[in-house]
Write a protein of this length. Structure first.
Length: 64
């Protein structure tokens, strides 16, 4: 799962750089900001998927 998220992140990074370049903008100005935003979204999605997979219980043990 993490590999797919990383691949999606790489595709986004390349597409965003190309989009900015095509608009005549420097793709590296503000890069850390838009990369951090996308990274946060992907991390959130990974946490949600893990929570759904574990039944939303996280690491807590079920007694019965």
């Amino acid at each position: 799962m993490e590999i797919w998220m990383y691949q999606e992140f790489c595709q986004f990074r390349i597409a965003e750089e190309n989009r900015r370049r095509n608009k005549g903008q420097d793709p590296h100005v503000g890069r850390e900001d838009w990369i951090a935003d996308k990274r946060a979204v992907l991390h959130s999605r990974m946490r949600e998927r893990r929570a759904l997979k574990s039944g939303g219980r996280g690491w807590r043990m079920r007694l019965l």
